[in-house]
Design a protein. Structure first.
Lengths: 87, 271
């Protein structure tokens, strides 16, 4: 961050354990939905033909960020989904 | 706790939404001029639209004790035709003097074309000429990062822009830091599938702090809901944040930004 960035970071009043208890089922549900969508596409007529579609590749790469990222997974996810700045 | 909705397209919402917002303690809302879901066929259609959001919606909102304000401009989705856009821009000043108009917006980029950028720049100049606040629409999805940087670079290099008087809307995690580092306001929009969720908005507030941050539901004719703003309030409460911090984000901050226009009547509780 630069010197202009406000320093009043709020932080989370909850502990990591409390947040895990609050959000585990939400995360499980949302990852499960993504898995179901990818299965749905794959088993549909023409599924083999779209396996190399760039959007599916982006989703597979995003799964890698979720699995291996640390700290700023959301920002990495959004950068992956962004158009290159210079063409 | 009182709430201000900084961005909503009430022209596309039912009166029942005003009633719901009032019951959720919304005391003021702001309607930037935008696309109608189809391209308008004449500049006159924009004239009628600006009249609607600056005169009729304030009356409809007042029935529910909500103050309704608006922003006037040609929006980026209809700014590709430069000559057409300039015709619309020619009568924008006529609306800027109305008692419910807060500034020029939502200007910005859609597909990041050079024509869109030309009209963006001309409307920035219009705002400066008339000493107006500016509300900026950043592009959607894959175009957001590039378009945000294009506008940010232009404004940073302009030399006459006061960043306190400019808000970038529809910010996400990959654009918030650069906007705030440059001294501008950053607004986050909550949508059911695109933009932000209530949880991510509260994450961003925890990471970046509440200074110069705004939150809106940007309800319009697409999948959206004025209630998502209040879902974010509930999410902050659920995570144990103090009422004063929640009030800062959802009431005081809009008062600080919008209150730079003397027509905006709400005043911050915590200064």
């Amino acid at each position: 961050m630069t010197e202009n960035t406000p320093k009043t970071i709020m932080g989370s009043p909850k502990t990591a354990q409390e947040l895990l208890d609050m959000y585990f089922l939400d995360a499980r549900s949302q990852l499960l939905e993504a898995a179901a969508i990818m299965d749905r596409i794959e088993r549909a007529h023409g599924g083999e033909n779209v396996l190399n579609d760039g959007r599916l590749k982006q989703l597979r790469d995003a799964c890698g960020i979720i699995k291996n990222g640390k700290g700023n997974r959301v920002e990495q996810f959004l950068l992956l989904m962004s158009e290159p700045e210079k063409e | 706790m009182k709430v201000i909705e900084p961005h909503i397209h009430m022209i596309a919402r039912t009166t029942h939404d005003y009633e719901r917002m009032a019951r959720m303690h919304t005391v003021a809302c702001c309607e930037p001029a935008f696309w109608a879901g189809y391209d308008r066929t004449s500049p006159q259609a924009f004239y009628d639209y600006f009249t609607h959001i600056s005169e009729f919606e304030p009356k409809r909102a007042a029935q529910y004790q909500i103050q309704h304000y608006c922003w006037i401009c040609i929006n980026p989705k209809e700014a590709e035709d430069v000559a057409f856009s300039r015709e619309v821009i020619s009568f924008v000043p006529e609306f800027l003097i109305k008692s419910t108009v807060l500034g020029v917006g939502e200007i910005g980029l859609n597909l990041n074309t050079s024509n869109e950028m030309t009209i963006f720049q001309e409307q920035v100049e219009l705002a400066l000429q008339h000493d107006q606040l500016i509300w900026i629409h950043t592009p959607h999805l894959k175009d957001k990062l590039k378009g945000t940087k294009m506008m940010l670079d232009y404004l940073k290099g302009h030399g006459k822009i006061n960043p306190d008087k400019v808000a970038f809307d529809h910010c996400e995690e990959h654009t918030i830091r650069m906007i705030r580092d440059a001294g501008f306001w950053a607004a986050m929009t909550i949508y059911p599938t695109t933009k932000n969720s209530p949880g991510r908005v509260v994450d961003a507030l925890e990471i970046y702090g509440a200074e110069k941050m705004l939150v809106d539901a940007s309800g319009d004719w697409g999948p959206s809901d004025p209630g998502t703003l209040h879902d974010a309030i509930f999410e902050m409460k659920r995570r144990g944040h103090k009422e004063k911090d929640i009030e800062k984000v959802f009431y005081d901050n809009p008062c600080f930004f919008l209150g730079q226009c003397s027509k905006f009547m709400c005043r911050p509780i915590n200064t």
